[in-house]
Design a protein around this ligand. Structure first.
Ligand code: AMP
Length: 193
């Protein structure tokens, strides 16, 4: 299995690139943010719980997030590989993912980290919020909380996988196609190994 973690701050283009990568490599796209938004729009208990954290720009608790991810994986037992988008966002989530993949006889192939600086991120999120209507993309305080949360809780995940030689950093500013080519070069290097 090819198991990719698409990593980077909010607004770094993970969703855009994931959509292109799943086509090329025939992978299942799992975005925990998208899964939470679907739960919220379906009015489920999980959605209601998640909303209280998302609305503050905070992370949804690990146990809730990991269980949701596990049940999504169980719905697709025969996939060739997965792109994890917006997951794992904490060290305990990374450990849970490793354990889950190990039980399937596989592992994380690569963490691809998109590098985009803060000012670029903020302007992209505000632009996205104007059309998506996502409240966590429009309120400056929530946006700042999301960036702070990323720095304090999520960046250690890239360091965690770098200990296993699995983290690769890719420039996240440029055209969508240029960034896509850089990501593909890193993935192809893993596939020929
Ligand atoms: P995203 O669409 O990936 O930016 O996620 C939107 C929001 O959903 C985040 O700001 C978090 O509140 C929540 N969320 C998404 N993925 C996770 C995760 N892996 N762990 C905890 N919270 C998450």
């Amino acid at each position: 299995m090819l198991n990719l973690i698409l990593f980077g701050p909010p607004g770094s283009g993970k969703g855009t690139q994931a959509a292109k990568l799943i086509e090329k490599y025939n992978l299942l796209h799992i975005s925990t943010g998208d899964l939470f938004r679907a739960e919220i729009s379906n009015g489920t208990a999980l959605g209601l719980e998640a909303k209280s954290f998302i609305d503050k720009g905070a992370l949804v608790p690990d146990s809730v997030t990991v269980n949701m991810l596990k049940s999504k994986m169980e719905q697709h037992p025969t996939v060739q590989g997965v792109i994890f988008d917006g997951f794992p966002r904490t060290i305990p989530q990374a450990e849970a993912l490793d354990e889950m993949l190990k039980s399937k006889g596989t592992e994380v192939s690569l963490l691809l980290s998109l590098l985009v600086d803060d000012s670029e991120i903020i302007s992209r999120i505000v632009k996205r919020g104007a059309s998506s209507g996502r409240t966590d993309d429009t309120d400056p305080e929530i946006i700042q909380n999301r960036i702070n949360t990323y720095k304090s809780q999520t960046t250690p995940v890239a360091d965690y996988y770098s200990k296993f030689g699995k983290t690769k950093t890719v420039e996240g500013v440029g055209s969508v196609d240029e960034i896509f080519e850089s990501l593909c070069a890193e993935i192809d290097a893993v596939l020929v190994k």
